[in-house]
Design a protein around this ligand. Structure first.
Ligand SMILES: Cc1ncc(COP(=O)(O)O)c(C=O)c1O
Length: 445
């Protein structure tokens, strides 16, 4: 088995050259955690420009689910690129998006007939969801309910739903009107200061009692948009009955449920889609990131009778690009054939066990939560408040020790390695993480 190898303290001289040019030439609107300059990736391993080797706990932010440069995906890309690079699904037809749609309608929850719309990113899939939901009601239901604490992307429509950090919205108002936010069910820090299960899921009743009955007429709400596990907001897993209760509420008022599986979908949690853990069938599912394991592609999959925007009302030049679709077909086949859902569950359970043991030993680990290989480790101060400084130090030390892992929310380590990771590789990463937290604590009481 391979191990990380740091030969030159990162960032080394070759990386530094790119870092300074990036700084000069590329708009710095990103919030990067540390200066990693990627050169090549294979499986769960990445190499930087200076030849250092790292274990990857990020998957390029939930994207390379079947591992970096999986030979099947690379071959599919090469084969398709030689045949047809592009011809735009907006005006013509070709085979790969249809073949991929045949798969998507099967693996998404719900045995009802479905249709697919292709995009190039997560934000675009959310944009499509907003238009499909509002369009379905022909403008009669202008409102959308979303969750404070959630992330849905950064284009203006998606941003209107996003509400996980003020910096994402600061200076960009006015956003798309008609979005109403309600608190995300973050039981570790309940926004209503209640305790589960004594709360009896007040967070769902609140929507009905204080939103729908006070100021947002339910017959004017097109959709409730949610992340099944809040990603960017801190890898937060809602309590067991939450989605069932939300579905009951939505059904009562004829409101559509839109499930944003951009980060949690495509096997990340050990099921094809995270919402399957709760047995709820959404009306629309937004997909992107891991679908093509490295090429840009997104999709909106939904009930056939809802996916009925009129011709000319929505389209995308590159959405459903033949090469991305070919990569996606290969990636989905790899997930099936290599039994990656099973591996995700197995290695995820192992990681949760080890992380919970660490939590017992290290009081600065306040909470360990997740499903499959979507795991959050929330770091706290002695008074129980979030500890962003400790998070930053921990991630920096891990980086310099050969582990690539980033944060989510205010102070949560987000663990999202490629789904092909073995137990042994997971242990290598968790050992580095453990040592990094301990070392960071010596510097950050
Ligand atoms: C849940 C969720 N939705 C939407 C998005 C936006 O995706 P993209 O960056 O591809 O636009 C993200 C990105 O992190 C996400 O995590």
């Amino acid at each position: 088995m391979s191990r990380p190898e740091i030969k030159v303290p990162p960032p080394g001289p070759k990386s530094q050259e790119i870092i300074s040019k990036d700084n000069e030439l590329i708009m710095q609107s990103f919030a990067r955690w540390y200066p990693f300059v990627a050169k090549r990736g294979q499986g769960v391993w990445l190499e930087d420009l200076d030849g250092n080797k790292y274990l990857d706990f990020n998957s390029g932010i939930g994207v390379t689910n079947v591992g970096h440069a999986h030979p099947r995906v690379v071959q599919a890309i090469k084969d398709q690129a030689e045949k047809l690079l592009h011809y735009s699904l907006t005006d013509f037809l070709y085979e790969t998006p249809v073949r991929l749609a045949e798969k998507l309608v099967k693996i998404t929850p719900g045995s009802f007939p479905k249709k697919v719309f292709y995009t190039n990113s997560g934000a675009e899939s959310i944009e499509a969801a907003i238009k499909v939901a509002r369009g379905h009601f022909r403008g009669a239901r202008p409102y959308i309910i979303a969750f404070a604490g959630s992330f849905h992307g950064r284009t203006m429509g998606a941003l209107s739903l996003t509400a996980s950090k003020p910096v994402q919205r600061r200076g960009f108002a006015p956003l798309v009107p008609g979005v109403v936010h309600v608190p995300y069910p973050y039981c570790y820090r309940c926004p209503f200061r209640q305790k589960y299960p004594d709360c009896n899921l007040w967070c769902v009743d609140y929507i009905e009692e204080w939103v729908l009955k006070k100021y947002v007429p339910p017959e004017e709400v097109a959709a409730i948009v949610f992340e099944p596990i809040a990603g960017e907001g801190g890898y937060i897993v809602p309590p067991p009955e939450f989605f069932r209760r939300l579905k009951e509420l939505a059904d009562k008022y004829g409101i559509l449920l839109v499930d944003d599986e951009v980060q949690a979908g495509i096997g990340r949690t050990g099921k094809w889609f995270a919402i399957e853990h709760w047995g709820v069938e959404p009306d629309l599912i937004a997909i992107a990131k891991g679908i093509a394991s490295g090429l840009p592609l997104g999709a909106l999959v939904g009930r056939r009778e809802i996916m009925n925007l009129p011709p000319g009302s929505h389209a995308s030049t590159f959405g459903g690009n033949p090469v991305s679709c070919a990569a996606a077909i290969a990636a989905l086949e790899v997930i099936e054939e290599e039994k990656l859902l099973e591996n995700t569950t197995r290695v995820g359970e192992h990681a949760m066990k080890r992380l919970n043991e660490m939590k017992e030993e290290i009081p600065a680990i306040g909470d360990v939560r997740g499903k499959g290989l979507m795991i959050g480790v929330e770091l706290i101060k002695q008074d129980g408040s979030p500890n962003p400084e400790l998070l930053r130090k921990t991630l920096d030390i891990a980086f310099k020790s050969g582990l690539l892992v980033i944060g989510a929310g205010l102070s949560t380590i987000r663990i999202a390695p490629p789904l092909i990771i073995t137990k042994e590789e997971m242990d290598v990463g968790l050992d580095i993480l453990y040592n990094s937290i301990r070392k960071a604590l010596q510097e950050t009481p």
